[in-house]
Design a protein around this ligand. Structure first.
Ligand code: PMP
Length: 443
């Protein structure tokens, strides 16, 4: 293991324009993965790399699941594709039904399929706007997001999102406003689970209602736990308060559960974990264990039924994708749900939770660590920025970890860990010790 045999047949790297990647830097020193099994990747030089990030927060049941591969193969050779508009195929109905049986909060049991997290977000925003019109609230055209939110890269998603680099070059949806983020190192550093301080930040929604008028606001969207922007955990009482204010003013609450859906926090959805029920939920990633691209929006019956009242024979929602409910993705999703159920993966995190907190917070005294946040099977480790070079320190730790055989993720100077939910005690200990060594080397 971890010897360096020569690389074979590396392709030219020129033609592929890589997403969210510094292309020129990457291509000068590429990191290529060629195989995966269980908790590990294999790099193209033969090294084994421990997956500390479940791919991109999506391979919740671990890699190389035969059952998914077989289901995909069977589906491909039975019905490879069928039109998604005005035609149906049983497996999409079956998958939706199975998802409805584990409906977030027990009540969001109407399912609209998409092809990704970004598509789920734009779909949820459009459903919210269509819903408000359908109930005679057509003046509600504003949507509210949150600073440091990440909701994918569609125009809706970057508009409600709160990342300047994703927004600055593009025209955005009109009428979007943002809540403040809840990241507060001064009051909430080194917290396990939810921080104590900051529930009052939910009152930003009241301020926006006072500013714009409730009758102009359709929906508010937040990630229950913001992942991609550095693991920001909601303060105790925050989501409850947001729910209360949204309900009071007839505003739909959307949880973006693209990361938190399917067991990441130790409950099937963050909605279940926090006991706060939104009107719409966006998912993707763990829906198919990352294998086949797919997303799903969950809606309450109230939202769904409000859109079913037009004249018979008329299309209720002018929205959908060629790949909505793709049969092969549905087959992958059904097999994924079977694995989650049989191995109790949607609640498994509760069994390793105490060790996870302890192992991650054990890194507290490593050089330049200014905060550690843990919840479910997620950790955010924030480093002090190197003088004049924000992000450089964490990036060095990332490349060093990869060289030594651990895949982590970095966003700015925050390291994020989110291993597959099958992680055993020994994997968690290995991640903590390898990361600790890398942090000490980087100093
Ligand atoms: N929403 C959230 C909360 C996400 O974390 C992501 C992806 N990291 C997305 C939306 C976008 O998903 P995709 O990349 O599949 O479009």
């Amino acid at each position: 293991m971890n010897a360096h045999p020569p690389r074979l047949n590396r392709p030219s790297l020129d033609a592929y324009w890589m997403p969210f990647t510094a292309n020129r830097q990457f291509k000068a020193a590429p990191r290529l993965l060629v195989a995966a099994e269980g908790m590990h990747y294999t790099a193209d030089d033969g090294r084994t790399v421990l997956d500390g990030t479940a791919g991109l927060w999506c391979v919740n049941a671990g890699h190389g699941r035969r059952r998914i591969a077989e289901a995909v193969e069977r589906q491909l050779s039975t019905l490879d594709y069928a039109p998604s508009f005005q035609m149906g195929h049983p497996i999409a109905f079956e998958f939706a039904e199975r998802l409805a049986a584990i409906a977030p909060g027990g009540v969001l049991d109407r399912v609209f399929f998409t092809g990704s997290g970004s598509e789920s977000v734009d779909t949820a925003l459009k459903i919210a706007l269509a819903y408000q019109r359908a109930i005679g609230q057509g003046t509600r055209t504003r949507v509210i997001g949150r600073e440091r939110g990440y909701h994918g890269v569609g125009f809706g998603g970057i508009s409600v999102g709160g990342l300047v680099n994703n927004r600055r070059m593009f025209p955005l949806l009109p009428g979007v406003d943002h809540l403040r983020h809840t990241h507060d190192l001064a009051r909430n550093a080194f917290v396990q689970g939810q921080p104590e301080h900051g529930a009052d930040l939910a009152d930003d929604l009241e301020r926006l209602v006072a500013l714009h008028g409730a009758e102009t606001i359709a929906a508010v969207i937040v990630e229950p736990v913001a992942g991609s922007t550095g693991v920001l955990v909601p303060p105790k009482g925050y989501l409850e308060r947001l729910r209360e204010i949204a309900t009071k003013h007839g505003i739909l609450l959307i949880f973006d559960e693209v990361i938190t859906g399917f067991g990441r926090l130790g409950a099937p959805f963050a909605t279940d974990y926090f006991g706060v029920t939104p009107d719409l939920i966006t998912t993707a990633k763990g829906l198919t264990n990352g294998t086949i691209p797919m997303g799903a929006v969950f809606a309450t019956r109230a939202v769904h039924d409000a859109l079913m009242h037009g004249p018979e024979g008329a299309i209720e929602l002018f929205h959908g994708y060629t790949y909505s409910g793709h049969p092969v993705a549905c087959a992958a999703g059904l097999a994924t749900l079977e694995i989650y159920a049989e191995e109790n993966l949607l609640t498994r995190t509760t069994q390793v939770q105490a060790q996870w907190h302890q192992a991650m917070h054990g890194l507290r005294d490593c050089p330049h660590v200014i905060d550690i946040r843990t919840i479910g099977l997620i950790a955010g480790i924030e480093l002090e920025s190197r003088e004049g070079k924000p992000g450089a320190r964490a990036y060095d730790v990332f490349t060093d970890c990869f060289e030594k055989g651990l895949l982590i993720r970095v966003t700015g100077d925050i390291i994020a860990l989110s291993p597959p939910l099958i992680a055993e005690a020994e994997h968690i200990d290995t991640m903590a010790s390898m990361l600790g060594e890398a942090l000490r080397r980087a100093a």
